[in-house]
Each structure stands twice: as C-alpha cells, then as structure tokens.
Design a binder for this molecule. Structure first.
Ligand SMILES: C[S@@+](CC[C@H](N)C(=O)[O-])C[C@H]1O[C@@H](n2cnc3c(N)ncnc32)[C@H](O)[C@@H]1O
Length: 334
C-alpha cells in the first residue's frame, strides 16, 4: 500500500524522495517523466532544479487540479497527461529522456476520497477505480463466479482463505448487495485475527490490483520505458507490494544480466548489456522516514541505467508473468 502524504491535510511526504533525487541527479538538468504525478511531490522537487523539465502522467482526474497549478508556475517546463502510464508512448516525447520514475500505489488523498472506496474504513459502494477503468470492485464482488474470485484473492492477495471467502461472498450476495462495510464484516467473520494488519487488507489489495489492471499496467509501462529512455537515462521504481516488486526485480535483473539462449550454450559476454543495475540491494526508507510517514515502511526502491540505445525485446517479461496476466483478464468477463 502506498501512502505518500501523511495526516495533516496539506503535508506532502513523497516516499524516498531524497534517494530518488540522488539517483536521477536533477541538479544536472534534463527531461524526466513522472509516471505517477499524484500530488506532484516528486515533480515539484525535480522542477526546483533549474534546466529541468517534467512530463507527468496520472490516471486520476483529481491530479488535474494540482497539475493546473504546476503549469501556471513552471510553464513550458511542465506538462501533464491524465492518462495511464501504460500509454506513455501515446504522446509526443522528446528525443532525450534522462529519467522515468514510478512511485506506485495510491496517495493519501486517494484513500481519503470516500467516493473511491479504497479504504476499508469507509462505508458505501465498493469502487476502487483510480481513473480510466472499465470495471469497479462492486462489479467484481457482485458478479464474478466463486472460482474466479478465489483465483483473484489467492494470487493478487496471497489470501489463504481465498476459497472459503469467495464461496461465502457468492452465497451472501444472493441475499444482500455487498458494499464495503458488508464485505469487511464478511471477511472478519471468516478469520481469527493473528496479525496486526486489518483482516480485509489482502482482499482489498487483490481487488485493487484487478480493478486497476495493475499487473499489465506495470509490465507494459516498464517494457515501453526501457526502449524510450535515452542512453545513460535512469528508470526508478518505488513499489509497495510484493507482486509489483517481484515484477521490477525480475525485469531489472534480467535486462542487466547475460542470459543464455540455451543452458547447453555458453554465455555470450561480448554482447553489450542494455542496462546496468544502479542499486543491487533494494533501498528502503530509513527509520526516521518511517517514523514521520509510517505507511512508507513497505516501500522498495530499485533503479537501472541504460548503457546503450539498442532496442531490447521485452517479451520475456510478459511470458514470465503470464499466469498473473491471465488472472487479470478475468475482469473482461464483466
Ligand atoms: C503514490 S501516488 C504518487 C505520489 C507522488 N509521487 C507524489 O509525490 O505526490 C501514486 C499515483 O499513481 C497514480 N497511478 C497509479 N497507477 C497508475 C497508472 N497505471 N497510470 C497512471 N497513474 C497511475 C495514482 O493515481 C496515484 O496518484
């Protein structure tokens, strides 16, 4: 779960911002793509350096309000696109791109927005749409078959009670329309609370991943970004759940390591690799940051640097996560 802004309504705490800045070095100027503009926390810090330019994306139309203010202040050094980051190549991009940044998940203001229904503390209709979505969590919970719900809970939420909860939902929805409060109570009634986490956390994560097609969004955007970034350009990801991190870790490791076509053939180490890993060990927030902004505790930063401009084939990424991509397609049944 990503929350970059804490309690006080005007206080913005972009997660791992100092670490991100030290990796992308905006003090040298350049053009950066902020794929997850949100409240503009990262973008603002980058634009504070002269000779920088930011092209920002966010699927949530609420970000437009912040973007308008940025445009007034930073003029042609800033542009905003209310689009999904998987559409990164749908706009005219400059030839030179020095950095592409992903601060995944959702912001504190999105959680606070009752209409989005992202929090299990809110009452009302299930939703979870971040923007530009086809289905809502309400459709998923009230319409998909038990076996489909089970897969979603199991693979996107790592939920051990997936089958039982899915069956219970299908049984109960015949009698009652399941809204947020009803779903939370239903999940609570199926489990003993062994952990500090709210019992509904895993199911809510699973629903959010499905509703927002988070797996295909990330895979498509990483794949496109790796061929859009300029020579010596940097891609940075800040992830907040294990599936996101697994995808970034696998992709970054694979494109920066010699791979064998066959295990019977020797590695061709003469070929120049397209990327190098900048931080081999994942970067996590300091205790100080976690104290100021507790939800930052699950953040993981990874980064890679382009070493040559040759086009790379990223099909291996789609193949590796084929199963998760198939589960995501269950939403197409709606
Ligand atoms: C953690 S917040 C980013 C906060 C931002 N770095 C800041 O400092 O204000 C994540 C943002 O990414 C956006 N987002 C998530 N998935 C997206 C996608 N596939 N395409 C575009 N924006 C997305 C969300 O709407 C949210 O505003």
């Amino acid at each position: 779960m990503s929350v970059t802004i804490v309690s006080d309504k005007n206080l913005h705490f972009p997660v791992l911002i100092d670490e991100v800045l030290s990796i992308i070095s905006p003090q040298n100027g350049g053009t950066f793509i902020d794929c997850t503009f949100g409240q503009g926390g990262y973008t603002k810090k980058i634009l504070e350096f002269p000779n920088t330019r930011v092209i920002a994306f966010d699927r949530d139309s609420e970000s437009i309000k912040v973007a308008i203010k940025f445009k007034q202040k930073f003029k042609n050094r800033f542009e905003f696109h209310n689009k999904k980051f998987s559409e990164i190549d749908s706009i005219k991009l400059p030839k030179k791109i020095n950095g592409i940044i992903f601060d995944l998940g959702f912001s504190y203001s999105q959680i606070k927005d009752k209409s989005k229904g992202l929090s299990f503390n809110h009452k009302g209709k299930l939703n979870m749409k971040m923007g530009h979505n086809k289905v809502s969590a309400h459709d998923v919970i009230n319409k998909l078959q038990a076996k489909d719900l089970e897969q979603i809970f199991k693979y996107f939420g790592d939920e051990r009670n997936a089958k039982f909860i899915a069956k219970k939902i299908v049984k109960e929805r015949g009698i009652n329309n399941i809204d947020t409060e009803y779903l939370v109570n239903l999940i609570n009634s199926t489990k003993k609370n062994f952990t500090k986490k709210n019992k509904a956390t895993k199911i809510f994560q699973a629903l959010r991943i499905l509703v927002n097609s988070e797996i295909s969004e990330l895979i498509t955007a990483l794949s496109k970004s790796s061929n859009l970034i300029s020579n010596k350009g940097i891609i940075v990801t800040v992830t907040f759940h294990s599936i996101e991190d697994k995808i970034c870790k696998f992709f970054f490791n694979t494109i920066s390591t010699y791979r064998s076509v066959s295990r019977y053939l020797p590695l061709n180490r003469n070929k120049e690799l397209a990327f190098s890993i900048l931080n081999k060990k994942v970067i996590t927030p300091t205790n100080k940051e976690i104290k100021i902004n507790p939800p930052s505790r699950s953040a993981k930063l990874r980064s890679i640097k382009r070493t040559n401009a040759k086009k790379i084939d990223t099909n291996f990424l789609y193949r590796k996560f084929k199963n998760l991509l198939e589960i995501e397609k269950l939403s197409q049944k709606l």
